[in-house]
Design a binder for this molecule. Sequence first.
Ligand code: GLN
Length: 540
Amino acid sequence: MAKYIFVTGGVISSLGKGITSASIGRILESRGLKVTLMKCDPYINVDPGTMNPYQHGEVYVTDDGAETDLDLGHYERFTSAKLTKFNNVTTGIIYNAVISRERRGDYLGKTIQVIPHITNEIKDRIKKVKDVSGADIVIVEIGGTVGDIESLPFLEAARQFSHDMGKENVLYVHVTLVPYIKCAEEIKTKPTQHSVGTLREIGIQPDILVCRTEKPLTTELKEKISLFCNVQKEAVIEAMDVQSIYQIPMVFKKQILDEIILSHFKLICKFSDLEKWQAKVVERVLNPKGKIRIAFVGKYIALQDAYKSVYESLTHAGIYNDAEVEIKKVDSEDIQKFGSEKFLNDVSGVLVPGGFGYRGIEGKISAIRFARENNIPFLGLCLGMQCAVIEFARNACGLKGANSTEFKPKAKNPVISLLQEQYKVKDLGGTMRLGAYPCRIKNNSLAAKVYGKLLTFERHRHRYEFNNRYRKLLEKKGLVFSGVYPKKGLVEIVELKNHPFFVAAQFHPEFKSKPDNPHPLFRGFISAVLDLQRGPSKAK
Ligand code: GLN
């Protein structure tokens, strides 16, 4: 019988429910259990694919091409769970399914209601995740904050789970804030008491409280929370702010959160093997030997979450190479206004991430030119590759007006354009080239060197492609097409010879990087930067 853990959040949003869920997954996996994780998002959008990054943050893409919440990125980075479109549901998905069934007449004249029809649909989706994954433990994170109107059906479904499956098979974790009030010099438990009270009104008594706090919780405070919230004292977990999110599994482990969960489920498991995580990830992220600065030229840089997986991937590559990667966020529109020189003079690498729309594009193109001409290692991702192609076509091949038809539909030289099949597309949601596709890597290329193999599967999320009509010309001028999707001849990776590291990919390698297993392109990029820093004689 599978076990279910529901993770809810109280008091305020952005408490780190996603990282809490992922870390619980990690500590349970280290006990030999197979885990999977799922996110329930209370908004009405079917998926976040059509949302502005400032609304939602990064859209995380799974192998099977689902556009999902960025918390799924945390789940995949912390655990070995393979997530699919089933691992993220939204109110939009649930209502869509129920209303379509109603229209077909499947409910045979019944009145369709939140309970039981919507809640049943939610429960079925959760059970489906268990069936598809074959996991021993399903961790279900419920988005939003307890007390919100939107998340009520999800919380009600979570409540029903322990009724349906038996209390010993279901566990509730509540992530809450225990604020420190500076002027009173006191830590306050009242918001947590209220939040647990609200949860109880819905019928959920949490088994575990994860308390986000700036200051350590004293034994007295833990006892107080335990008493008022009716949670065992050991199950009041202190989650203090830490330097790196990758410390969290260790923070939980120290407080025997894994044991508390296993004893609730009456499971006997092997000892934990988290030492490797501590040695390979935590020690290294906290004590790097060197430091490098990389410019990150994007347009949503003001929002921490907009490029989550890319930032994390840089950290992973730093961990591997024993260096701290400082990310200098540069607004591409500023480069457009003031020139590359002003912003890129003090960096040892340039990264241009994905994006949509013309705003800021010319700044990205200038930044790439600066990196190409000054031998600064460069990594381009998706739109970053498209900009690299445009830059090369314009400035190295003299192709006037080279552009993407996304920005200039009647471009004189459309080096990036739509595939025939995309012209027919009318809906914006879920219609891009999405998910994993094979990429054949060219022998003896830089890509082959960093990958150490000639075939890889990488995740996509874009509509436009390199226009193969220009391939010969660009090749003649020195652009190497080192990765191709064989079935359709689509360009996946481009690179330059006679440059320390100039690689750009049409796919999103950031979705497959892990702290203990960085993506080869990020790893190669950061090691090229370090090699240059060390000088030719000391290069690895
Ligand atoms: N806007 C580009 C396209 O649709 C790139 C997308 C991206 O960077 N994810 O092809």
